[in-house]
Design a protein around this ligand. Structure first.
Ligand SMILES: [Zn+2]
Length: 135
């Protein structure tokens, strides 16, 4: 799904208690615990267990693509801190959760971008590239 479509459906629902595996948002901690014990979640976990590497690689790719797209779109001319982009990123209720990616934390993701030189990807209209400066 394109992030622009997702942003239209952006809700104010709290993002805690979200099960990435099942793409399920639970209302509260209790609901989340219930969900973790449900048959459908256990089935998902089994599938995940057999394909963990592939599943994480998929989430990582999606996370990176969405994150970079948001950065290009929202901050085409600015130098911007990763934390600021991330805060906008997680406002989208369908965002890929950081802890489902191979980086696990924003710091690791930024390190990865730095290592691969991707934080300097310029947009066509940008005066200068927009490095992700810090977390
Ligand atoms: Zn689940």
């Amino acid at each position: 799904m394109q992030i622009s479509n997702r942003i239209k459906s952006k809700g104010l629902q709290k993002l805690r208690f979200f099960c990435q595996m099942c793409q399920k948002q639970c209302r509260d901690e209790n609901g989340f615990k219930c969900h973790l014990n449900s048959e459908s979640h256990k089935r998902q976990m089994e599938i995940f267990g057999q394909n963990a590497d592939r599943v994480i690689a998929g989430y990582s790719e999606e996370f990176e693509a969405d994150f970079m797209e948001l950065m290009r779109r929202s901050h085409p001319r600015a130098r911007v801190a990763a934390k600021n982009v991330y805060n906008e990123f997680i406002a989208d209720k369908y965002h890929v959760h950081m802890n489902s990616t191979k980086w696990y934390t924003l710091t690791e993701f930024v390190k990865y971008l730095g290592k691969t030189g991707k934080e300097h990807t310029p947009s066509p209209q940008a005066k200068y590239a927009f490095p992700v400066l810090c977390c």
